[in-house]
Design a protein. Structure first.
Length: 120
């Protein structure tokens, strides 16, 4: 993955339903996974050194659970604080700072398509 010249610093913007940001920067890399029901898949964060991705935008066609440290699981009753967070399809895309992360694990009870758009 090469550092793109058209990438600008990302800024936090207020969310307005059904309105996308204008002048959205092009992603350096977009990876996709078609999940099988209740089967975790790993998405490797691309790049090395100065070209290593620092931000990721995750989007899915159905609800997914995600982990940036271990293999994602569909949580049941979890009382020790280790449950994987839910990324709701109704909230659209989810932005994360992924510096220091080597892989992102995703899982769902359905069969969604998950996209991960990475930015240097």
């Amino acid at each position: 993955m090469a550092a793109a010249d058209n990438i600008r610093i990302l800024s936090v913007q207020g969310r307005t339903p059904f309105v996308s940001p204008r002048n959205f920067p092009a992603a350096d890399s977009v990876l996709a996974r078609l999940l099988a029901a209740s089967t975790a898949e790993s998405i490797t964060v691309p790049g090395t050194g100065a070209t290593k991705a620092a931000w990721v935008c995750l989007a899915a066609t159905d609800d997914v659970f995600v982990s940036f440290a271990t293999t994602a699981t569909v949580p049941g009753d979890v009382t020790d604080g280790s449950a994987c967070p839910l990324l709701s399809k109704y909230k659209g895309e989810h932005w994360f700072f992924c510096s220091g992360v080597t892989a992102i694990s995703v899982i769902s009870t359905g069969t969604p398509i998950v996209t991960a758009s990475f930015y240097v």
